[in-house]
Design a protein around this ligand. Sequence first.
Ligand code: SF4
Length: 347
Amino acid sequence: MSIVPSTRLKVVSVHKLKTMTCYRKYYWRYVLNLESKAMNLNFWYGGVLGAGFEAMLQSQDWKAAMLDEHEKRCAGLSINSDLVAEMQLQYRLIGAILAGAATQSAVKQMTLTESQVPIRMQLQDSDVLYCGTADGIGDWKQIKSLFEIKTASRVNAAYLSALSFDPQIYSYSMTPATRGCFQCAYCIFTKTQRRVKRRQTIDEFVAEITDDIVARPDMYYQWHKVSLGKSTLEANREDVEATTAIMARQFDDLGDRVLDYSKWPKQPDKCFDYAGCEFLPLCKNAATWQHYLRMYRQRTILYEEERAELANDRVAPVSTSIAKKKVNKKAAKVVKKKVKATKSPKS
Ligand code: SF4
């Protein structure tokens, strides 16, 4: 397998827009199209929890949805034994949180009619297509609403204020698929900061958290609503257009030098966000970055339009020697086996 870079900007997504806070990260992830072969526990956690919760809101088997998502996210990744134990614990905690959420009246006020809704929008200030996927559309307190799931380490006033600047909101509410939604209902999940105590078994810890969820549900999930008024939408439209136009100019200015890493500056204050940047080894050894490619693979291309862009714009692969490296499928299977053997959370 070879890694094919993107040398033009034809498609943006909310993930690309967010990555523009570090140009070098944008370069590794969206020009060279790399992603780490190591498991990112935060992304895994958000994905498994989100899949289970969406299934729950559609009255589907949420435990099966969690397991499917877990298997999907483990495929082809390296997972060391410490991480296997942590994932096993977190998997049980996600089950306990969802089982607790199912009993809350707020959950019963949300009916999800559609999930994973595709969004497409041609931007005006650049020749770029915006692609996205809304978590869902449904009725919240009988009002047609967009629905988004978030996971956060802490929910405070600053976090809630920033929700109304979420670039997703503009794009999701202006496309035909989601027009008519006048608000966005967010369910924000927070990971517990508690850890297993000395001499406490995993079963005892999960039971402790399960009791705490019942006693203090707000510490684990909260619902918030953002109204999709004209000024909110306009402010977000401006951000999406301007950020994309800046990046489009960067591609135009660089021309043939787009594959030169030194033209994409680093942003060191971002290196340790979200438990550390996956591209640290490449940035630390920028002049010899090709030597570290064995730790990376071609990024998962989410949108058909991006696949088409790559096919039309195919340039020489970055490396052909990283193919056929044995990935740690064994570790993923261990997690799956342990997860299946795990006692089901109370529902
Ligand atoms: S390690 Fe730091 S500078 Fe390098 S890509 Fe990541 S955030 Fe940017």
